[in-house]
Write a protein that binds this ligand. Sequence first.
Ligand code: SF4
Length: 186
Amino acid sequence: MSAPPIPARKLRIATCSLAGCFGCHMSFLDIDDTLADLIDHIEFDRSPLTDLKHVSEEGVDIGLIEGGLCNRENVEVLHEFRARCKILVAVGACAMYGGVPALRNGIPVADLLHEAYLGANLLNPQVPNDPELPPLLQNVLPLHEVVTIDVTLPGCPPPAAAFRELILSQLQQRPMVLPPEARRFD
Ligand code: SF4
Protein backbone atom coordinates (compact mmCIF):
# COMPACT_ATOMS: atom_id res chain seq x y z
CA MET A 1 0.00 0.00 0.00
CA SER A 2 1.43 3.40 -0.94
CA ALA A 3 2.01 6.03 1.74
CA PRO A 4 -0.82 8.58 2.17
CA PRO A 5 -0.13 11.89 0.39
CA ILE A 6 1.33 14.76 2.38
CA PRO A 7 -1.30 17.51 2.73
CA ALA A 8 -0.42 20.81 1.09
CA ARG A 9 0.16 22.62 4.39
CA LYS A 10 3.13 24.37 5.87
CA LEU A 11 4.14 24.08 9.51
CA ARG A 12 5.96 26.98 11.12
CA ILE A 13 8.64 25.61 13.41
CA ALA A 14 10.80 27.27 16.07
CA THR A 15 13.87 25.56 17.51
CA CYS A 16 16.44 26.34 20.16
CA SER A 17 19.21 24.72 22.15
CA LEU A 18 19.32 25.36 25.90
CA ALA A 19 21.76 23.24 27.93
CA GLY A 20 22.47 20.97 24.98
CA CYS A 21 25.26 20.25 22.52
CA PHE A 22 23.44 20.98 19.22
CA GLY A 23 23.60 17.27 18.38
CA CYS A 24 19.80 17.12 18.31
CA HIS A 25 19.74 20.09 15.95
CA MET A 26 22.25 18.34 13.74
CA SER A 27 20.00 15.30 13.56
CA PHE A 28 17.10 17.51 12.42
CA LEU A 29 18.71 20.29 10.41
CA ASP A 30 20.88 17.90 8.47
CA ILE A 31 17.65 17.39 6.51
CA ASP A 32 19.06 14.18 5.07
CA ASP A 33 17.09 12.27 2.46
CA THR A 34 14.81 10.97 5.22
CA LEU A 35 13.44 14.48 5.51
CA ALA A 36 14.05 15.96 2.07
CA ASP A 37 10.47 15.62 0.79
CA LEU A 38 9.19 17.56 3.81
CA ILE A 39 11.20 20.69 3.12
CA ASP A 40 8.28 22.30 1.24
CA HIS A 41 6.06 21.74 4.28
CA ILE A 42 8.26 23.53 6.81
CA GLU A 43 9.17 27.13 7.42
CA PHE A 44 11.48 28.17 10.22
CA ASP A 45 10.76 30.82 12.81
CA ARG A 46 13.31 31.26 15.60
CA SER A 47 16.13 28.78 14.93
CA PRO A 48 19.90 28.75 14.36
CA LEU A 49 19.09 28.93 10.62
CA THR A 50 17.17 32.20 10.81
CA ASP A 51 19.06 33.74 13.74
CA LEU A 52 15.77 35.20 15.03
CA LYS A 53 16.15 35.84 18.76
CA HIS A 54 12.49 35.34 19.71
CA VAL A 55 9.59 33.16 18.66
CA SER A 56 7.14 35.27 16.60
CA GLU A 57 4.41 36.89 18.71
CA GLU A 58 1.72 35.41 16.47
CA GLY A 59 2.95 31.96 17.46
CA VAL A 60 4.13 28.84 15.63
CA ASP A 61 2.87 25.31 15.11
CA ILE A 62 5.76 23.40 16.67
CA GLY A 63 8.52 24.35 19.10
CA LEU A 64 11.50 22.00 19.27
CA ILE A 65 13.75 22.42 22.31
CA GLU A 66 16.94 20.50 22.86
CA GLY A 67 18.79 20.65 26.16
CA GLY A 68 17.62 21.05 29.73
CA LEU A 69 17.63 24.16 31.90
CA CYS A 70 20.92 25.24 33.45
CA ASN A 71 20.44 28.99 33.95
CA ARG A 72 17.76 31.66 34.32
CA GLU A 73 17.89 32.68 30.67
CA ASN A 74 17.06 29.08 29.70
CA VAL A 75 13.93 29.31 31.87
CA GLU A 76 12.85 32.59 30.22
CA VAL A 77 13.34 31.12 26.74
CA LEU A 78 11.36 28.03 27.71
CA HIS A 79 8.43 30.13 28.94
CA GLU A 80 8.41 32.10 25.68
CA PHE A 81 8.34 28.86 23.66
CA ARG A 82 5.52 27.50 25.83
CA ALA A 83 3.46 30.67 25.37
CA ARG A 84 3.98 30.85 21.58
CA CYS A 85 4.13 27.21 20.38
CA LYS A 86 0.97 25.16 19.85
CA ILE A 87 2.95 21.95 20.33
CA LEU A 88 6.04 22.03 22.50
CA VAL A 89 8.47 19.16 22.00
CA ALA A 90 11.25 18.08 24.36
CA VAL A 91 13.91 16.82 21.95
CA GLY A 92 16.45 14.33 23.21
CA ALA A 93 17.73 13.04 26.53
CA CYS A 94 18.93 16.42 27.84
CA ALA A 95 15.52 18.07 27.38
CA MET A 96 13.70 15.02 28.76
CA TYR A 97 15.95 14.17 31.71
CA GLY A 98 18.72 16.76 32.00
CA GLY A 99 21.23 14.49 30.27
CA VAL A 100 24.97 14.97 30.53
CA PRO A 101 24.80 18.56 31.88
CA ALA A 102 22.79 17.25 34.85
CA LEU A 103 25.83 15.29 36.00
CA ARG A 104 26.71 18.46 37.89
CA ASN A 105 23.57 18.16 40.03
CA GLY A 106 24.46 17.49 43.64
CA ILE A 107 27.59 19.64 43.50
CA PRO A 108 27.11 23.19 44.87
CA VAL A 109 27.36 25.85 42.15
CA ALA A 110 30.05 27.70 44.14
CA ASP A 111 32.22 24.55 44.10
CA LEU A 112 31.69 24.12 40.34
CA LEU A 113 32.73 27.71 39.62
CA HIS A 114 35.73 27.37 41.89
CA GLU A 115 36.86 24.20 40.16
CA ALA A 116 36.32 25.62 36.66
CA TYR A 117 37.74 29.12 37.10
CA LEU A 118 39.89 29.26 40.22
CA GLY A 119 41.70 25.94 39.95
CA ALA A 120 45.46 25.53 40.17
CA ASN A 121 47.82 26.58 37.37
CA LEU A 122 45.43 29.10 35.81
CA LEU A 123 46.73 32.48 34.66
CA ASN A 124 44.79 35.34 36.28
CA PRO A 125 42.05 33.08 37.70
CA GLN A 126 38.66 34.75 38.19
CA VAL A 127 35.01 33.75 38.09
CA PRO A 128 33.29 35.51 35.13
CA ASN A 129 30.98 38.18 36.55
CA ASP A 130 29.69 40.14 33.57
CA PRO A 131 26.13 41.25 34.44
CA GLU A 132 24.93 39.89 31.07
CA LEU A 133 25.84 36.34 32.10
CA PRO A 134 22.69 34.56 33.31
CA PRO A 135 22.96 33.11 36.81
CA LEU A 136 23.25 29.32 37.00
CA LEU A 137 20.42 27.28 38.52
CA GLN A 138 21.36 25.08 41.46
CA ASN A 139 20.44 22.02 39.39
CA VAL A 140 20.05 21.31 35.67
CA LEU A 141 16.35 20.60 35.17
CA PRO A 142 14.41 18.73 32.48
CA LEU A 143 11.86 20.89 30.67
CA HIS A 144 8.76 19.21 32.12
CA GLU A 145 9.69 20.35 35.63
CA VAL A 146 8.97 23.94 34.59
CA VAL A 147 6.33 23.85 31.81
CA THR A 148 3.93 21.35 30.28
CA ILE A 149 5.50 19.40 27.43
CA ASP A 150 3.25 18.01 24.69
CA VAL A 151 5.57 15.57 22.91
CA THR A 152 8.92 13.93 23.65
CA LEU A 153 11.43 12.65 21.10
CA PRO A 154 13.78 10.26 22.93
CA GLY A 155 17.37 9.59 21.96
CA CYS A 156 20.78 11.19 22.04
CA PRO A 157 20.09 12.48 19.50
CA PRO A 158 16.69 11.32 18.18
CA PRO A 159 17.10 9.90 14.66
CA ALA A 160 15.94 11.88 11.63
CA ALA A 161 13.10 9.34 11.27
CA ALA A 162 11.64 10.53 14.59
CA PHE A 163 11.57 14.14 13.41
CA ARG A 164 9.98 12.97 10.15
CA GLU A 165 7.22 11.12 12.02
CA LEU A 166 6.59 14.14 14.26
CA ILE A 167 6.18 16.47 11.26
CA LEU A 168 4.19 14.00 9.16
CA SER A 169 1.80 13.23 12.02
CA GLN A 170 1.13 16.94 12.47
CA LEU A 171 0.63 17.51 8.76
CA GLN A 172 -1.71 14.52 8.52
CA GLN A 173 -3.37 15.40 11.85
CA ARG A 174 -2.99 11.94 13.35
CA PRO A 175 -1.25 10.51 16.44
CA MET A 176 2.53 10.19 16.25
CA VAL A 177 3.93 6.65 16.14
CA LEU A 178 7.68 6.65 16.66
CA PRO A 179 9.68 4.26 14.48
CA PRO A 180 11.38 1.32 16.29
CA GLU A 181 14.85 2.86 15.96
CA ALA A 182 13.62 5.85 17.98
CA ARG A 183 12.51 3.60 20.85
CA ARG A 184 15.71 1.72 21.58
CA PHE A 185 18.68 3.01 23.47
CA ASP A 186 21.53 0.55 22.90
FE1 SF4 B 1 23.45 16.58 22.61
FE2 SF4 B 1 22.44 14.13 23.16
FE3 SF4 B 1 21.75 16.24 24.66
FE4 SF4 B 1 20.85 16.05 22.14
S1 SF4 B 1 20.36 14.66 23.84
S2 SF4 B 1 21.67 17.89 23.13
S3 SF4 B 1 22.63 15.05 21.12
S4 SF4 B 1 23.83 15.36 24.47
